[in-house]
Design a protein around this ligand. Structure first.
Ligand SMILES: Cc1cc2nc3c(=O)[nH]c(=O)nc-3n(C[C@H](O)[C@H](O)[C@H](O)COP(=O)(O)OP(=O)(O)OC[C@H]3O[C@@H](n4cnc5c(N)ncnc54)[C@H](O)[C@@H]3O)c2cc1C
Length: 473
């Protein structure tokens, strides 16, 4: 009989469709383990990502309960993993450790170090994506740099296995193995934020079912609407692994494989695959632009602009609503992320990496691959990015995607009494309308910190000269 440590990581906190767990179970004794690596155990590091930490601890607690209900138990050990795993395998007289493979550059390095120490006693499985990242190649044997070509090759290579059901029973954990308690949020210096979605596998499955039954059919139209709940809200689940991407894919495909809504939704999951693959092939994009011609771009130091953008006081209501939703809920809809990121980089000329780090800090779904893709896409310097000369007009974007202004009213309550036709451009509202709505511009709500009129020209001419100089080098 084999004794296996199943090492749950920060991105696979579930019992269903957990390939390492099933492989351990078929071999004999199972020891479920979570290692408290510094990001999840040190107060300083946890405060750098409060919402993600809350979602993770929530999910871990529920995973521990699910294991207990099945006759097992989650052992929790202080990290770092690289230090403790080689000792644990000896102390616990285990034959091997199984886990899901990491895909981001730091995690991959950790996996490599562990593989070199543990050799065949460590078995790593894919599962964060539907196809292993970094495997698709163009005819020239290079990674794809254009999404449509990647997606064609991806669809042609896809073979989906079945979703593995959660085991009904698990063998008891051998006696005498010591475990520490999961840290409480308060012990990490964090307060529980009731506005965050609940973590855990059950809540994830509930969100998936509700989405399929309600919003999926209109997803293609509603995904961009800021005033509707038109998307799945599964992003933190996919990042934390409370549901597998294979289960999400299969459930949506089974429910409606041919509808426009389902096709559009599955296409977003392929964007996720593209993001993971691009980061796998180009780990350097976590520190610099994918399009190297953008290296050294003359971003500005603008502390006042940065503060206004992070607090939600730029004077552009939809940009401010996005900033405040991020602070309040650790979530921002995709369209609002694009508007906010475009504003920071193209209106304020602030380095996209600053915005990227801020999002990673505050998003409950903070994910290095998707976040980097989104930021570089918005700044125009990424893989298959929006062309740099397209600059979103935050007023028109707001009017198109939040036509009645209800998204703005929710997050920028000082404007809630303004009529819809003025809510995205309060500075153009007649004095009487502002007075009736109780808004004193410059006092209750700021004047725009930058005039949209000239920013497009400013950004495009700066980018043109930077790119021309890069070409000449
Ligand atoms: C500036 C910026 C930063 C972003 N940062 C992140 C991040 O840190 N983490 C993250 O998961 N997503 C990020 N995204 C992508 C996207 O905004 C979110 O995945 C989406 O808003 C999550 O909401 P949802 O689960 O309701 O999405 P749905 O529309 O229901 O989509 C389902 C799933 O598909 C994936 N997905 C959807 N859109 C994208 C996309 N454009 N690129 C890659 N995958 C996608 C996500 O896993 C998402 O949960 C970012 C986008 C931008 C423009």
């Amino acid at each position: 009989m084999t004794r296996t440590i199943v090492w749950f990581r920060h991105h696979d906190l579930r019992l269903s469709d957990h390939v390492p767990l099933c492989s351990a179970l078929s071999a004999g004794e199972v020891i479920p383990l979570f290692v408290l690596d510094p990001p999840w155990s040190s107060a300083g590091r946890a405060r750098q990502r409060p919402h993600r930490t809350q979602f993770l601890l929530d999910s871990l607690g529920l995973l521990a309960e699910d294991l207990r209900e099945r006759g097992s138990r989650l052992l929790v050990v202080a990290g770092p993993s690289i230090g403790v795993l080689p000792t644990l395998i000896e102390d616990w007289k285990a034959d091997r450790i199984v886990a899901h493979r990491e895909t981001d550059p730091n995690g991959r390095q950790q996996d490599q170090e562990l593989e070199s120490v543990l050799g065949p006693r460590l078995a790593l499985f894919g599962g964060s994506t539907l196809l292993p990242p970094g495997t698709l190649r163009s005819a020239a044997q290079t990674p794809y740099a254009v999404f449509s070509a990647f997606a064609r090759a991806w669809w042609a290579s896809l073979t989906l296995g079945k979703v593995l059901p959660a085991p009904r029973r698990l063998p008891p954990v051998p006696r005498g193995l010591r475990s520490t308690a999961l840290p409480a949020l308060a012990a990490l210096g964090l307060a529980q934020n009731p506005a965050l979605l609940p973590g855990g596998e059950r809540a994830a499955r509930h969100r998936l079912r509700r989405f399929v039954a309600s919003a999926l059919s209109n997803y293609a139209e509603d995904r961009d609407r800021l005033d509707r709940t038109g998307t799945s809200r599964l992003s933190a689940d996919l990042v934390t692994g409370t549901v597998s991407v294979r289960e999400v894919w299969n459930t949506v495909e089974r429910a409606s494989s041919t509808s426009e809504g389902a096709r559009s939704f599955l296409n977003e999951l392929v964007w996720r695959e593209f993001a993971y693959s691009t980061l796998w092939d180009r780990p350097d994009i976590l520190t610099g632009p994918f399009r190297t011609a953008f290296s050294g771009f003359p971003w500005r130091d603008d502390e006042a602009g940065w503060q206004a953008w992070t607090e939600g006081t730029t004077g552009y209501p939809v940009v401010d609503a996005a900033a405040r939703q991020l602070l309040g809920e650790g979530f921002v809809p995709n369209r609002a992320r694009m508007i906010a990121a475009s504003f920071l980089t193209k209106h304020l000329l602030i380095d996209y990496r600053r915005g990227e780090a801020h999002y990673l800090t505050l998003l409950a779904d903070g994910d290095p691959a998707n976040n980097n893709l989104g930021w570089q896409w918005s700044a125009g310097c990424g893989c298959d990015a929006q062309p740099y000369y397209r600059v979103f007009n935050p007023v028109l974007q707001g009017e198109r995607h939040d036509p009645e202004g209800s998204y703005v009213r929710r997050w920028v309550p000082e404007l809630r009494r303004l009529p819809a036709r003025h809510i995205h451009r309060p500075w153009e509202a007649p004095a009487a309308t502002l007075r009736d709505a109780g808004v004193r511009l410059g006092k209750d709500y700021p004047q725009p910190i930058v005039a949209h009129r000239f920013v497009r020209e400013r950004f495009v001419s700066l980018a043109n000269s930077h790119l021309a100089a890069a070409r000449a080098r």
